[in-house]
Structures are given as structure tokens and as C-alpha cells.
Design a protein around this ligand. Sequence first.
Ligand code: GLN
Length: 487
Amino acid sequence: MSLPQTIAAAKKSLDAGEVSAVELTKQALAQTGKWEQKIHAFVEVLEEEVLAQAKESDKRRKQGRVGVLEGIPIAVKDNICTTEGHTRAASKMLENFRSPYDATVVTKLKKEGAVIIGKANCDEFAMGASTEYSAYGPTKNPWDTSRVPGGSSGGSAAAVASGEVLAALGTDTGGSSRHPASFCGVVGMRPTYGRVSRFGAIAYGSSLDQICPITRTVEDAALMLSVMAGQDRRDATTSSTPVEAYHESLSTNMKGVRIGVPKEFFGEGIDPAVATIIHQALKTFEEQGAVLQEISLPLTPLGVPVYYLLAKAEGSTNLARYDSLRFGKQELAAASLIDRYKEARGQGFGPEVKRTILMGTYALSAGYADAWYKQAAKVRTLIRREYEAAFKEVDIIAGPTTIETAFKIGSKTGDPLQMYLTDALVVLQPLAGIPAISVPAGFVNNLPVGLQLAAPHFEEQRLFAAAHTYEQQHNFWQKFPEFTAAN
Ligand code: GLN
């Protein structure tokens, strides 16, 4: 027996007593046992711990204490702290790190009964767009294992796509939930900056980071976010805006909804086959009564340079704490302090993390900060204003999530700029601080394509409703990658 396909379906089976949390967990572990040798979506599977958690969940259910996610097996990206297992951010630097506390989101999920099946693979410190920069080896795309799953939450997306788990947590600094969701054919949702607490998420770019649900359906993403969201005194950037029960009011009425389609999203670099699929997807909205409107967001091409300057600058400062004294590699041969830093950081960090430190430190250094960091910060404000102005004309902005389908493993690691450009359409929303979702929209040569929708700050409900409407018309989520000798 395989897992139910969605959280919603699993909840029904659990409530009806057709399956127990322990059985569900064993099914997830069986699926993981089958797929892991092919896709390596996990850095660590917590076999024993998860069965103990599932037993507890069944006990609670018997006592009538049933949380919203009671007994649901979930994967957690390796850069989010859990007291179970390790939290390594897929880095050698944190090889032996065990977190003494849970991230706020993990506490919230556990409080609602979720069981944590393992730590999902990702790019080291979430820096990358292909999950090839994990120090524990790359994750592979379940639709074609010669290709990347996207990144940096590639393990989370591949685990959901292959049916190893029903949902996963990812993070999104500049696309890391939506990009892999698009490449793997699942739903990835980035909430408004401030909607979800980042306490316990290992920081990359602190003015950009968000924790995100990755699921098969929009309804499941909405359910997950309703549990994850809310103000947290441990993260001062969290908002007091009330949290909605997003999954309970997924209206499918698109009548008169104005959907803006930026012409720049179909510009240079976009794969024409991807563009065709997205245009077809947009027609679906029109058929449902929405009004499509071409708009212009002229700053779109500046997204990648502005994002990478800011993210790397913030990343370089956040990485300073891995000094082998407070955090990071401890068993070192070096005698002097300077040699300790050199040894720990030289050996502990991989290539993209080192690039972050070099680029970020340069962009912030005396004499250059005005030209690079400050200039980028100013353009970020202009990008934000461009979105605010656009949302006076339209309710939702739609386009492709990625400019291409999943690329071959090894095809971009030799050329960082090409790797950065794959993020062209997912870095803009984080710069503007707005919520966005990627939902499966079809296939090109059996590789998934994602449709991306964005809404104004704290309009998550609007986003879920539109994405759900689309999903109801097509049900691409019901298609699973086949497990064959070939892939
Ligand atoms: N690929 C982008 C980067 O490396 C985004 C990563 C992310 O969102 N964590 O910065």
C-alpha cells in the first residue's frame, strides 16, 4: 500500500480509522527506502525517532487529542533546526551539530501532531539553485535522475514529488521553494516577509529569508501555512496581521479577478516551450472569468544582479559566526587563532558559500559599499515600488516560475552566472517582500513546468484561491514520476 496522495486525503483516512499514524509513517519509510538510492532527497532519515513520534500521535488520537496535522509525516529542510537528528544545512561546517531547540515552525507543526521523518537535502546553507552544492552529494530529480531537482530546497521538493512524504518545509530567500517546486512538479509557496517566524532557520539573507510549505496541492499548502504563520516574539520581523484558516475558504470564483501578465517575464532566456505552457495556463483563468491584462515591470532584468548583491552581502555577514569557536568545525589541528579560522572555514565551506563570502565582503567593503551594496538597496526599493504600482492595476501577477525545465546535473556548476540566471523570475518577489506560489502547469518532454502567481503583501488568501482554481481545472498534481530502472 502506498501513501495517500495528499495531507487532506491522509487526514480523512486517519480520522476514519482506516490507517494509523504508525502505518502511515511505515508507508512513508517504505517509499523512502525505495526512492532514496535514486534521488537522495534526504541528508538524514530519522527512522527510529519518527516511529516513536507516530506512536505518540496514535496515543493522542485515542485520547481525543487530534491536531490539525495529527500523524502526518513531514520532511524538514536541513537548514531548519530540529531537536531530532542533526541540523547541518548540508554543510561540512555543521557536520556534528545537533540543535538544542526546535525552530518555531517545527514547534508549531509538532504541536499540531506532525511527525518529522527526516532532514531534506539542500544546497549548502541554502546557497544555490540545483541542490548540487550540498556537501553530502546532490539530490536528483525524480522525473529524470540525470537532472537537478532545482534548489535550494531540492530535497524537500523531490521528497514530495516522489511520494516519500506528503509535505515538506523549505526556505526561500530568492526562490528556493518555488524554483525546485517548479522543476519537480509540486506546489511551493513563499509567504509574505514577516508572515512566518524564521527563529531556528539558519540565516542566509536576513532581509529576504522565509520558511515555506512544499506540498502536492494548493489546499495542503494553505493548511500548512495556517499552522506555520503568526507572530513570534523570537523573530522581531514577524507581523501581527491575523492568520487566516487559508484552507477553509479556497473560493474558486475568478469572476472579474484582474491578472497582470508582465511582458518582461517572457523575454530573453525563456524556453519557448515553457512560455507556451504558461500562456495555455493563463487561458484557463480567462475561461474561469478572470481578466488578463498585459503589464510592464521594466526593472525585471535587474532582479538577478540586485538580489545577488544583497543576498551575498547579508550571507557573508551571517556566515561570520562559523568561526570554529562558537559554531562550526571543532576538531582542528591548527594552533593559532588565525590558523583555526583558515582551517575551519577553508575546509568546512564549499565553493558557493566561499563565493558568497568573497562577493558579499567585497560589496560591503569600505570604498565599494556605496557603489555596490547601497546602490542595490536603492534599486530594491524601486522594484518594490514597481510592484506596489502594478497592484493598483491588477489583483495578481502571473507568469512562469522558471525560465526553463530541470537542467542536467553538472551543466551549470562551472558557470556561476548561468546558475544565478536560472533564478531570474523568482528573486523579484522576495525583493518586493510579497507572497508567491508555484503550481504545476504541465510538462515539456515529461519534465514539469511551474506557473507562478504573486499577490500584494499579506494577500496569501487571494493567492491560494487563484492557484487552487487553476489546479482544480487540470489536476497535474495527480501525476507521479514513475519508478523505473531508467530514471
Ligand atoms: N539561488 C538563490 C541563491 O543562491 C536562492 C537561494 C534561496 O532562495 N535560498 O541565493
